[in-house]
Design a protein around this ligand. Structure first.
Ligand SMILES: [Zn+2]
Length: 351
């Protein structure tokens, strides 16, 4: 990106009320068959326009064509039985009824490639596409076949790599893997989680990102956050190895979070999508608040590597709140862009 501080979102945006129940995760579709396929495309266009009206630089589909960031991908794979359900603890945090892995997992056809192609046709702006990461995928399933989290993760990494290569081929500029599980299972992340992620991006010609957050603003996550104390140092466990990895961009949460911002020093050299919008509150950030978060991050991230972003997806937020937050993100980034431009021109005068 030539533009300094290009803005983007972490992923999901609210769905229109005629497509799915608003402010709800795993919300069932309100349409069926062809009407649903057409409705998803309309929703994708609306979501794109919302981002464009808010002057977001790197745009996405707002995840309008998927019910959930992990399960929708898994639904398209062989080897997983969605009728056979088990209750497991997701990310060591909350119980959920999940499908069962009953045989070898495989991808028989592309999952999101047609949707991404459609988005590519709608805009010349850089586009980012999110996929679930291997470790977060295995955490959302009951494994009755491989009997090994690591083995299953490697299988998913191979499948994700097939999908990612096809997304890159149709012109996706950045492929992002969502790995909130990286904030929980530190030993596994360092033993094989990052290696699996690198398998998923092997041979890719586009840029790659990993999104590691403290989750959507849903109750299970906000309750968990209360147990984390005043300083959230989870990133400290995985950043050193991520810094050494072949991933280009790291997307993380900053604003209103108890993450000590100096932890960004541990990934110096990487591009960083800095979360400057809190997705767990309906309070809309002021541009100045956004600018403050970015100024803090600039102490640890070079200006040409800083990508202002949201802390996480905004699917559970009311539509108007989400769009106002997008505008605040753009306005805050513009304040800091101007400051950087002034500093640079001052530097020239001083010479
Ligand atoms: Zn997130």
């Amino acid at each position: 990106m030539k533009k300094l501080l290009p803005t983007s979102t972490a992923g999901s945006l609210p769905k229109p009320s005629w497509l799915a129940q608003p402010e709800t995760l795993w919300s069932p579709w309100k349409l069926k068959g062809q009407a649903l396929s057409a409705g998803k495309k309309d929703a994708l266009c609306l979501s794109l326009q919302d981002q464009q009206h808010a002057s977001i630089d790197i745009v996405s589909d707002g995840e309008q064509t998927r019910q959930h960031f992990v399960t929708t991908f898994i639904e398209h794979l062989n080897g997983v039985d969605f009728e056979k359900r088990k209750t497991v603890k997701i990310r060591d945090r909350y119980d959920a009824s999940v499908p069962t892995v009953v045989g070898p997992v495989s991808r028989t056809k592309p999952v999101f490639v047609e949707d991404a192609k459609f988005l590519r046709q709608q805009t010349k702006q850089p586009i980012k596409w999110a996929l679930p990461g291997p470790m977060t995928m295995i955490d959302t399933l009951y494994d009755d076949h491989y009997k090994s989290r690591e083995k299953l993760a490697w299988e998913f990494a191979k499948i994700l790599n097939q999908e990612a290569k096809e997304l890159a081929a149709i012109g996706v500029d950045i492929i992002q893997f969502d790995e909130p599980a990286f904030n929980v299972f530190f030993d596994d992340v360092n033993d094989w989680g990052i290696a699996c992620l690198e398998r998923a991006i092997e041979g890719l010609t586009c840029e790659t990102a990993v999104h590691i957050c403290y989750g959507y603003g849903i109750k299970a996550n906000t309750d968990w956050k209360k147990t984390l104390g005043t300083e959230w140092r989870q990133y400290e466990e995985v950043f050193p190895k991520l810094q050494q990895s072949s991933i280009d961009i790291i997307s993380l949460e900053c604003h209103n979070s108890h993450v000590p911002i100096e932890l960004l020093e541990l990934i110096r050299g990487k591009k960083v999508m800095v979360g400057a919008i809190d997705v767990a509150t309906n309070t809309i950030e002021s541009p100045e608040e956004v600018a403050n978060t970015l100024r803090e991050a600039l102490k640890y991230v070079d200006a040409d590597k800083l990508y202002p972003c949201t802390n996480c997806g905004m699917a559970p937020l009311p539509h108007q709140i989400a769009t106002a937050k997008l505008s605040a993100l753009s306005a805050g980034a513009e304040i800091v862009r101007q400051e950087l431009a002034n500093t640079n021109s001052d530097g020239i005068h001083d010479d």
